[in-house]
Design a protein around this ligand. Structure first.
Ligand SMILES: CC(C)(COP(=O)(O)OP(=O)(O)OC[C@H]1O[C@@H](n2cnc3c(N)ncnc32)[C@H](O)[C@@H]1OP(=O)(O)O)[C@@H](O)C(=O)NCCC(=O)NCCS
Length: 153
């Protein structure tokens, strides 16, 4: 189905632009996959989205067990909710949906963690609420080990 992403506004310009201008190109080039949320009574309108991609993460600054210098991970490349739908549980719901996809992927290939680069302090706080841990040397980059993800969902 065709969706209307032109009116999407989460309050962060770069995240609006990415959905409107980049998501489709990334999809076509297999660089990332974008998943959108639409209201049941207005299925053409996008009110939230997230994007996932495969990545490698440097473990320098990561807490926990000893790991190789780089590990495979799923990058939560983007996650945003339209202003009209904020504070109603959609962001948490999209995050859980994304984490289910990560666990499924981890069941097929080795995935050590989920990683996200928070756009700002409030975004970092949002992820920390779900157990994401900031890297000691790069606090806007947060990781959630797959072992923890499995306990969350
Ligand atoms: C961050 C964002 C995705 C949250 O979406 P949302 O739909 O408003 O969040 P929810 O209603 O699902 O809230 C889920 C929980 O997170 C909490 N939460 C939401 N925003 C938060 C914030 N900025 N800091 C800390 N906690 C936050 C809520 O209080 C809620 O907790 P509760 O379950 O105990 O009540 C949304 O505000 C957004 O799109 N922001 C702009 C883009 C952005 O920053 N995206 C992050 C990408 S790096």
């Amino acid at each position: 189905m065709k969706d209307d992403r032109s009116t999407f506004d989460c309050g962060t310009g770069s995240l609006n632009d990415w959905l409107q201008k980049t998501a489709r190109q990334h999809q076509e080039k297999n660089l990332s996959r974008t998943y959108v949320a639409v209201p049941a009574d207005d299925p053409g309108r996008v009110v939230g989205y997230y994007a996932l991609a495969a990545t490698l993460v440097q473990t320098d600054g990561m807490q926990g067990r000893k790991l190789p210098r780089e590990v495979s991970a799923v990058l939560l490349a983007r996650l945003a909710v339209d202003k009209s739908s904020k504070g109603q549980g959609l962001g948490g719901c999209l995050l859980m949906h994304a984490l289910e996809a990560v666990v499924a992927t981890g069941g097929i290939i080795g995935v050590q963690c989920v990683v996200v680069d928070a756009v700002d302090e409030p975004a970092a706080n949002f992820y920390e609420k779900y157990g994401f841990v900031p890297l000691a040397n790069r606090p806007r980059r947060l990781v959630l080990p797959l072992d923890t993800v499995r306990q969350l969902i």
